[in-house]
Design a protein around this ligand. Sequence first.
Ligand SMILES: [Zn+2]
Ligand SMILES: [Zn+2]
Length: 170
Amino acid sequence: MKNTKHRTARTLSHEETLRQSFEKVGLKATHPRLLVLGLLQELDGHHAVDELVEVLTERGTPLPRASVYNAINVCVSHGLVMLADAGPGPALYEASGMWHHHFVCTTCGTIIDIPCLKEEKPCLLPDRVPGQVEEAQIIFRGICNECLSKNTTNTPKTVYNRRGRQKKQT
Ligand SMILES: [Zn+2]
Ligand SMILES: [Zn+2]
């Protein structure tokens, strides 16, 4: 039988691209791995395992929590997914492109990616190295621009008296 399949090199399907990412790192593209990495890429941003389990269920492609967790762990150890360190709370994952850091807004909780100057880990080392450093992920904490622009009453930097004049600091 003649093979009539046409290959269009520039339009790889999403699944094909996903399969290739697994192949590149020597991993089998199993069903859970494809689903999990595909979802993280599609959702963008930072997500907890429970969130992914929920979305997969909603979409009619449910996976047990343990499978999602295992798939994510394998992806993390092969550099396909990044464990985003954003402080306390559930572990957050994201489809990793380049190694980066995070800014966490202490007002709204938004997590914003901060590019890493070296783009690979570990990008910085302590003065005295107590062992082999594998990564350094920095959390920048503060108030995001959006919160800054909509709220100036929360934590005023300068104290004003009732007449709106600046109080003298003695
Ligand atoms: Zn904010
Ligand atoms: Zn990130």
